[in-house]
Design a protein around this ligand. Sequence first.
Ligand code: NAD
Ligand code: LMR
Length: 329
Amino acid sequence: MVSVAILGAAGGIGQPLSLLMKLNTSITKLNLYDIVNVPGVAADISHIATNAEVKAFLGPTQLADAVTNVDLAIIPAGVPRKPGMTRDDLFKINAGIVKSLVEAIAENSPKAIIAIISNPVNSTVPIAAEILKAKGVYDPKRLFGVTTLDVVRASRFVRDIRPELDATTLRVPVVGGHSGNTIVPLLSIASSPIELSTEERDALTHRIQFGGDEVVKAKDGAGSATLSMAYAGARFADSIIRALGGESVVEPTFIPLAADPEGAKQIRELGAGDLEFFAVTVELGKEGVKSIVQLPTSNLTGFELKAIAVAAEALTTNISTGVNFVKNV
Ligand code: NAD
Ligand code: LMR
């Protein structure tokens, strides 16, 4: 019995994500919200023979109803990149969109778990935290930036150069944030050992950090990753849903480190310093974050530790951009 709302459900990510959520048999209610086209998307998806009840919510007057009594709200609303843009270039438009959606969730489902896909994730998650604090309903265990696509890419890109490995089971921890050099793949502690020359390591790290650009370039003005993101978003949502049902599930995600101050000590010592948000691997439970999974730190390389420091520096700016946006409104 899980109720899910998808906000931005008629978009490039929203449509395939809504489809995949309709196929998730744990979901009983699927609320699809957008400012355009959502009645058609919902009518179409509602014919699929699973038990979830699908309902369309169109425009701001129906937003409150879309997010009332939901357990999980997923936000892929907002503009995507075009070639030549960074994720930070999306801030101007997406910051306001995320702010208004999180305000509605805070007012109508204050205990909902919120999963933010909208970029720049490094700043939109801090925006959400500030809104939830202002509304008096902030629980750092229930707020997530979706960085699953980074680990999905890491598994697949490793397989591109090591075809003997299984991309479906290989796990590469990725920490930091979700843009360029804030994305730090920890290849030295992947679930299977990967022997890499310095050139291979550098090229693979760069490809994981800038994988999004490959898609933006290939789509040539028609947007950014949508299908692989819908897969990654559905995987993340399924992990949350299974954890709500009592399973112990492990996923990487960009979270407020206040969700597990004790568990965050390790990543702070590795370079996250006093940052409020960082992508880490977490164990999920019924209340959201149960704990931050500890890394086998003695195996990390100097290259990886340096990359964490670089990521932390960029994240400091990204996070304060989000926080200041809310404070200055
Ligand atoms: P899109 O333009 O195809 O779809 C966005 C949807 O959001 C549209 O249907 C639009 O109508 C809707 N929307 C706009 N304003 C809204 C509002 N106020 N309320 C509700 N819906 C609103 O874009 P897309 O390709 O689906 O990408 C969406 C976002 O996801 C972008 O910001 C993109 O950068 C981001 N993204 C993140 C990741 C990640 O790994 N976290 C991966 C890919 C894309
Ligand atoms: C991605 O990693 O594919 C997304 O963040 C979209 C983008 O702008 O690259």
